[in-house]
Design a binder for this molecule. Structure first.
Ligand code: PHE
Length: 346
């Protein structure tokens, strides 16, 4: 009887080694341990054996059963690990991107115009003493809405405008004003900084709307800051970008986080295709801005009786479109080299 058991076990071991799928392993297991399996058959035949034999065989067969189960489990694991490794090898990401390859990519297409203008604007603000801050794309309700004095009932919180995560607590930031909140949390006034980055809105795309675009936020907090300071910094910025003095005007604009809030327009000459060479001029809405709302300062841990400030938001894609007279925002995300190549700077 013991011999039978031992040869069954040896046979099992040699068979399981060569198997390659989990299904085959499970089949082999049931052919041994299943109700009609070979080990079960041997045990069944025990009932006619002598007490002596039963005493001898019982513990051995139990031990063997345990070992078989262990072998099956470890074989199943091995197969799984092999499959995962094979998949990883197939889908592998090359982390060895070298400067050399990156350089070749840049030679081919150059920096994207939005990246170019972002860097240009960062440099302008750095030269005026501003810091450049960053913030996460995935935000919480506090940084995107609550701390910015955007009430629960505000339409921007609607599913139509905001990409919410399933937990309804996290979202893809809808504006870079989140960086205002993060800046106030991490700095002591007086301070001034800009924060550029991607923002996301649940938009149907068309010539002027994208679900992902770029903004650059700016904030200055100190003592006795005025609208005059705001206009000065905006005019300096625009002069650097457009390489000439730009005429600006402020109109009232509503944003819950500024009071008073403005739309800043520039006087703009746009080539008119219908009239051939002639140009028509008018005001172009360029950037929303305003004096930081006292509630927003409070939420950022700043005493509004002691400090005040201004904030503004620049749409970088829009600025690129105005600067280069691009008619459709979708070109910017097309990844089309023929588009990108036109902005090559080297
Ligand atoms: N966060 C606003 C938007 O995305 C823009 C803004 C920024 C307005 C700063 C005022 C001040 O629409």
């Amino acid at each position: 009887m013991l011999d039978k058991l031992n040869s069954l076990f040896d046979d099992f071991k040699s068979k399981i080694e060569s198997l390659e799928t989990q299904a085959d392993v499970l089949n082999l297991k049931s052919s041994v341990l299943g109700k009609k399996g070979s080990l079960s058959e041997i045990l069944k035949s025990l009932k006619d054996a002598s007490v002596e034999v039963k005493k001898q065989v019982g513990p051995v067969s139990n031990q063997m059963k345990g070992q078989i189960e262990k072998l099956v489990q470890s074989k199943l694991n091995d197969i799984e690990v092999k499959a995962v490794n094979a998949k990883l090898a197939k889908d592998k990401i090359d982390y060895t991107l070298t400067d050399d390859i990156l350089e070749k990519g840049l030679q081919a297409a150059g920096l994207h115009p939005v990246t170019q203008i972002q860097r240009e604007i960062e440099d302008i603000f750095i030269s005026m003493g501003f810091d450049v801050l960053d913030g996460p794309h995935i935000e919480d309700d506090w940084h995107n809405f609550e701390a910015l004095n955007i009430p629960e009932t505000h339409p921007a919180r609607d599913m139509q405008d905001t990409f919410w995560f399933k937990d309804m607590k996290h979202l893809l930031r809808t504006h870079t004003s989140t960086i205002q909140v993060r800046g106030m949390e991490s700095k002591k006034p007086p301070f001034k900084f800009v924060g550029p980055g991607k923002v996301f809105r649940c938009e149907r795309t068309d010539a002027t709307h994208e679900m992902c675009f770029h903004q650059l936020e700016g904030m200055m907090v100190g003592k006795d800051i005025t609208v005059g300071n705001l206009i000065y910094f905006m005019k300096t910025l625009l002069k650097e970008i457009f390489k000439k003095d730009m005429e600006v005007r402020l109109r009232p604009g509503y944003f819950p986080f500024v009071e008073p809030g403005f739309e800043l327009d520039i006087r703009w000459k746009k080539p008119d295709p219908k009239k051939g060479e002639s140009e028509h001029s008018g005001w172009l809405e360029l950037l929303p801005c305003g004096m930081v709302h006292p509630e927003v300062l409070k939420a950022g841990g700043i005493d509004p009786n002691e400090y005040n400030g201004f904030a503004f938001g620049l749409g970088l894609d829009r600025l690129v479109m105005v600067k280069y007279a691009i008619e459709d925002i979708r070109h910017l995300h097309s990844g089309d080299l023929r588009f990108n190549e036109q902005f090559k700077t080297f």
